[in-house]
Design a protein around this ligand. Structure first.
Ligand code: ATP
Length: 301
């Protein structure tokens, strides 16, 4: 009897796999649809950036009419500074990133880059100014070189090499018999999560955007690779304006300023030391993560 059922089990698995595939596709279409919610105003000029500052000025926003997510949020990232956004899950951290890319417009309030309202400039020029290093990067079934150059249409081999160096990818590329010409992705060389992220960092370096958005890994536990990647990210963002969405506080302690978001509002802001001294939400989150880290280390011994 068991033998009779085994093929049915298999069928069930195939069904689940297909269904998951359809869900993923639906998700993708939903994401692709989002940018169409906003349109360029007629005759919109391009964003011109001399000093890449970012300002959220009393931003009110929600995805649905009756549920406000950002409740009159105001903050400033001065040009060249590295700012981290932390806060409990669902506080609205990723929403800030989506609004900065203008996937949605605020209900009221304004978002300014170098003094220009991002709703009044072309979306092409806005997105050219922003670089994002996501947690999960997608690679094309192409060569590593192509995947890096994709950041900018007219990138030269010298640009690609400089970016690979900046993203600490050279040790990997030098090990490969075909170097930059090595095929990666489904049919080619399979890269690890960390290596893929380095390719994404190199892609961003080729693009060379004045403003960087970093979406740091959610995993609560430190690993050597993650530490290395973070060190690379921090080096890359040093002389740029950057916003890091951080889940682990240990990685952002040296930011110029930390914004603590709670329930769509700024609960606190300041440097790591200022916030610890304040003994509020940040200090509490810091103590909790330190305790978790200790537990993890004890368990690992
Ligand atoms: P996390 O740390 O868990 O990633 P977050 O602070 O980044 O959380 P957001 O992703 O900004 O939180 O979400 C804020 C709120 O908005 C959440 O309550 C979430 O359920 C809601 N939300 C996010 N995206 C959508 C969407 N597309 N439609 C409706 N609600 C959404």
């Amino acid at each position: 009897l068991a033998q009779l059922f085994r093929p049915l089990d298999m069928l069930g698995m195939v069904y689940r796999t297909i269904r998951q595939g359809l869900i993923d596709m639906a998700e993708m279409f939903r994401l692709l649809d989002e940018p169409q919610e906003v349109a360029d105003v007629p005759g919109a000029p391009a964003l011109v950036i001399k000093r890449p500052s970012v300002v959220f000025d009393n931003v009110l926003f929600g995805y649905e009419k009756d549920r406000t997510i950002l409740k009159g949020l105001s903050f400033e990232v001065p040009a060249g500074q590295n700012i981290a956004i932390v806060g409990p899950s669902g506080a609205g951290k990723s929403t800030i990133a989506r609004l900065l890319f203008r996937f949605y417009d605020p209900w009221s309030g304004r978002i300014l880059i170098d003094g220009q309202d991002i709703a009044q400039v072309t979306q092409t020029s806005l997105r050219a100014a922003l670089g994002i290093v996501p947690q999960d990067s997608v690679l094309f079934n192409e060569t590593i070189g192509y995947n890096i150059a994709y950041g900018r249409g007219d990138a030269t081999q010298a640009d690609v090499e400089a970016a690979a160096k900046g993203a600490a990818l050279m040790p990997l590329i030098e090990r490969l018999p075909q170097g930059f010409q090595t095929e990666v992705g489904e049919r080619g060389l399979k890269l690890s999560g960390g290596e893929k992220q380095r390719v994404a960092i190199a892609r961003t370096l080729v693009k060379n955007p004045p403003i960087l958005l970093l979406d740091e890994a959610t995993s609560a536990l430190d690993t050597r690779t993650e530490q290395d990647i973070l060190a690379t990210l921090h080096r890359v963002s040093e002389d740029r304006t950057s916003l890091s969405i951080a889940h682990r506080l240990s990685t952002i302690a040296d930011s110029d300023k930390i914004l603590v978001l709670q329930d769509g509002q700024l609960a606190e802001s300041g440097s790591h030391l200022e916030l610890l001294r304040r003994d509020g939400l940040y200090a509490e989150m810091w103590a909790r993560q330190a305790a978790e880290q200790e537990e993890f280390e004890e368990a690992a011994e």
